[in-house]
Design a protein around this ligand. Sequence first.
Ligand SMILES: Cc1cc2nc3c(=O)[nH]c(=O)nc-3n(C[C@H](O)[C@H](O)[C@H](O)COP(=O)(O)O)c2cc1C
Length: 169
Amino acid sequence: MKIAIIYDSITGNTKKIAEAIKEACNEHEIIFGDMDTDINEADLVFIGSWTDKGNCSQKVKEKLEKMNHKKIAIFGTAGFGGSEEYFENLYQRIKQCIPQTNEILGHFYCQGKMPLTVKDRYIKMITEHPEDKKLQVSLENFEKALTHPDTKDVEDAKEFARRMIKRCV
Ligand SMILES: Cc1cc2nc3c(=O)[nH]c(=O)nc-3n(C[C@H](O)[C@H](O)[C@H](O)COP(=O)(O)O)c2cc1C
């Protein structure tokens, strides 16, 4: 089976998950790269994105919209991803970009650390609006995200990849 693993990653979190998936697919022929990668020959496509304003990146969206008659497995990382509910919402949104000729096999998300500039922004906002409890929660979430993707996320991604492959054979 030919497996494509394509991803869009700005700071490396989604790339780390893509590499874990690649490792789990090592018995197959692999096509690996960014959104410009030619995936025509692939039987199964893992497509991964960072989260931008509550959705997948624009590049991933454009790639998905052009895909047809593929088996697709979605993966992604998100800064605010502390809950399954948040991840499920991300999945529901990305699903809407995928033409119905494709078959979606499953999805995997984990949290991904955010740049320190985000923390600086929260601290500045908290100083200006100390009464805003949501900002405090955002700051706590920032700290939680700092260790992700961690070893467990990487192992979970590999397990996800093996499950997706089983659905194809
Ligand atoms: C401009 C920008 C917007 C972001 N918007 C969101 C968002 O809406 N929801 C979220 O969970 N994370 C958001 N994040 C966090 C990233 O999606 C997260 O850190 C991700 O793991 C980055 O992946 P990468 O290292 O592969 O680029 C945003 C980050 C940036 C820089």
